[in-house]
Every structure is written in structure tokens, then in C-alpha cells.
Design a protein around this ligand. Structure first.
Ligand code: NAD
Length: 344
């Protein structure tokens, strides 16, 4: 089995080369992202292995199909960059549903603590032997209300961390988990009553710009917004306006809606064309990490193992348990008995 591996970074290559022999899969590594211009690289390959900022839209899927590619193996959980409906009957698509929800939840917590205790400022000061505390006053998390939007694997792990800090939790999910010991509310109530809002739902048509200017206007003054999910859950320009008007107290962003051409690359010494991200980064109360939340040793090993298992299972049985349903967008839990192509 040969897979064209797009958007390769050194840490990806290391974790996938480790397991390549064990699973009998040859990966052809390419630094470029998958798009209509690079789809040709997969000629002669059984499948493509892609990440969050690769593009598998209708045109790319048609091109891959024409080249004889049978599978798209996403080495991530989110799949908003793949037109799964269009892939139906042409190319099988599977993802890695969970590789370490803790990695992402802990990163969200790290961003929150860094931001509200001004660790990013203190770090730079003390390296310059500036031991002044001026402007570093933070606030306690204990007793504060955190609103968690999306209570799946990562949302649950984040809720547990917040409970450890003695915070009150408000939760919103389109499909609430009755077994979860948490207070579910309407989305508007959560938005209006949270001191901190953390996003853990997927990006889709319903959640695109979930945090827009209307939502921001109804938030508490000084609210802290954390996004470790997908950039386009937030209207970045509305966020910027909310920060400029002092409505938003802080923003912690691991994702950005226009990140595809920026994140994961080194632009130091270059002029950044995107004024919105440049302005956001210039703000003292905004912390941006470059889609880094997943990046732990444990997660990288789990990603490589599960991706390889998905590929082997698909070529052995004709489907994978982590295949996406082309109708409902879920995996085996859609009721198709583990064969999502049968969900129709
Ligand atoms: P999950 O599928 O376990 O949980 C997602 C939850 O969102 C589910 O409970 C679902 O019911 C809920 N949901 C679906 N539609 C909703 C809606 N319209 N409104 C509110 N809730 C809705 O997924 P997960 O593993 O917890 O991952 C969550 C997201 O985190 C992924 O979609 C992905 O985009 C993102 N992610 C980011 C990184 C990173 O490195 N920054 C890494 C992994 C995942």
C-alpha cells in the first residue's frame, strides 16, 4: 500500500516512519499541501494521507478519483476540509477520531492560565531582569463560570480540568450527553453568563461564525474566549472589534479562520499580508499558538497508529471503523453497523 503524505512536517515523518514497516505501508512524503495543483503527486498511490489545512473539495476529489486513489486517510479528528458528501461512491474517507483529547484540553487550559496570569509577559520581563509586577494583575479561576461549547471528548476533558480549579461549568451541545455531570443550558444563556468561553464543537454550516458580533455584544464585559477547535467558529474581524472596544478581556487562539496559508510555516522576517491576524497578535491580551494543541508525543504516536490501522482495515475489509458517514458525517455510531457507505 502506497500513500501520498501531504503537508509533511519533520515530527509527522518521524512518527509515521516508525510504524511504516510494521503495517506494510509506504508513505511518499510531500511538503506541499493537497490542493488541485498538487493532487497529481498521488498518481500511482492507493491513497492520500492529509491534515487539517489540506483541501479535498469537489475538484480535488474528482481529480484523485480519476488518478485511481481509493482512500483519504485524515491524520486528524476534524474533517471540515473534506467534502465527504461528494466523496460518496468514489473515495473512502476515514479519520482519527481521538488521539489525545487531553493534549488539546490541556493546551486550552495552558492558554487560559498563561493569559489570565500574564505568564507570557512575565517570562519576557524576567529574561530582561525586569522584576516589576506592574500590569501583571490577573484573576482567580476558582468560582468563575466557564461556558463549554461542545461536550465531546475534548470538551469533557476540559470540563474535568475546570472542575479541578473549582470553576462553575455551563455547557452547550447540540447532542447533550445525559451521563455527563454538568449543567447544560441554551447557547444564548451560556454566552451571556460565562466569564470564560471555550469552544470544543466541530466546524460545520451550523457552527460557522458561531461567535460573531451579536454573540460578542451579548457576552459579559471582560470575557475570555478560548478557541482550540477550528478558526471559522469565530468571526475574526468581530473578535478584533470586540477586543478594540474592551468588551473582550482576552482571546486565546490555537486556530484562526484564515490559518491555512500561515500556520505551521516560519514567516519571521517576512511581511504578513493578513491584517487581521497581524492586528490580533499585536494585542497585549491575545495569545496565538499555531494549531499546536494536538502536538504531544502521545498524540503523535496515537495518530500514526490509528491512521495505519484505518488504512489496513480498509484494504482488508473494504471499510474502516473510523470511516466517515457520507450522509450524516458521523462514523460507525450513525447506525450503519460500522459501514458508513451503507447509511443511505
Ligand atoms: P467530538 O466529536 O468528541 O465532540 C464534538 C462535540 O461537539 C460533540 O459532543 C457534538 O455533539 C458537539 N456538536 C456537534 N455539533 C454541534 C453544534 N452545532 N453545536 C454545539 N455542539 C455541537 O470531537 P472532539 O474530539 O472533542 O474534537 C472537537 C473539535 O476539536 C474537533 O472538531 C476539531 O475541530 C478540534 N480539534 C482541534 C485540535 C487542535 O490541535 N487544535 C485537535 C483535535 C481536534
Amino acid at each position: 500500500m502506497t500513500f501520498a503524505f501531504y503537508d509533511t512536517k519533520p515530527y509527522d515523518r518521524e512518527s509515521f516512519e516508525k510504524i511504516s514497516e510494521k503495517y506494510g505501508i509506504t508513505f511518499k512524503f510531500f511538503a506541499d499541501k493537497l490542493n488541485i495543483n498538487t493532487a497529481e503527486f498521488s498518481r500511482g498511490c492507493d491513497g492520500v494521507c492529509i491534515f487539517v489545512n489540506d483541501t479535498a473539495d469537489k475538484a480535488v476529489i474528482d481529480k484523485l478519483y480519476e488518478l485511481g486513489v481509493k482512500a483519504i486517510a485524515l491524520r486528524c479528528a476534524g474533517y471540515n476540509n473534506v467534502d465527504v458528501h461528494h466523496a460518496f461512491g468514489k473515495i473512502h474517507v476515514f479519520h482519527v477520531p481521538a488521539y489525545s483529547p487531553h493534549a488539546v484540553a490541556e493546551h486550552a487550559a495552558a492558554l487560559l492560565l498563561t493569559s489570565i496570569r500574564r505568564i507570557h509577559k512575565a517570562y519576557i520581563r524576567t529574561r530582561d531582569f525586569n522584576f516589576s509586577l506592574e500590569g501583571l494583575t490577573g484573576f482567580d479561576l476558582f468560582g468563575k463560570t466557564v461556558g463549554v461549547i461542545g461536550t465531546g471528548r475534548i470538551g469533557k476533558a476540559f470540563i474535568n480540568i475546570c472542575k479541578g480549579f473549582g470553576m462553575n461549568i455551563l455547557a452547550y451541545d447540540k447532542f447533550p450527553d445525559a451521563g455527563l455531570d454538568v449543567k447544560y443550558t441554551e447557547l444564548n444563556f451560556l454566552i451571556e453568563n460565562s466569564d470564560i468561553i471555550s469552544l470544543h464543537c466541530p466546524l460545520n454550516n451550523e457552527t460557522h461564525h458561531l461567535i460573531n458580533s451579536d454573540a460578542i455584544n451579548s457576552m459579559k464585559k471582560g470575557v475570555v474566549i478560548i478557541n482550540t477547535s477550528r478558526g471559522a467558529l469565530i468571526d475574526a474581524n468581530a473578535l478584533l472589534e470586540g477586543i478594540k472596544s474592551r468588551k473582550i478581556g482576552a482571546a486565546c487562539l490555537d486556530v484562526y479562520e484564515e490559518e491555512a496559508d500561515i500556520f505551521f510555516e516560519n514567516f519571521s522576517g517576512h511581511i504578513i499580508d493578513d491584517d487581521t491576524i497581524a492586528r490580533l497578535i499585536s494585542m497585549p491580551n491575545v495569545i496565538v499558538t499555531s494549531h499546536q494543541a494536538f502536538l504531544t508525543n502521545e498524540a503523535l504516536d496515537n495518530i500514526a497508529e490509528t491512521t495505519a490501522e484505518n488504512i489496513c482495515e480498509f484494504f482488508k475489509n473494504g471499510y474502516s471503523k473510523n470511516e466517515l458517514c457520507y450522509r450524516c458525517g458521523k462514523t460507525a455510531d450513525c447506525g450503519s453497523g460500522g459501514r458508513p457507505q451503507k447509511c443511505f
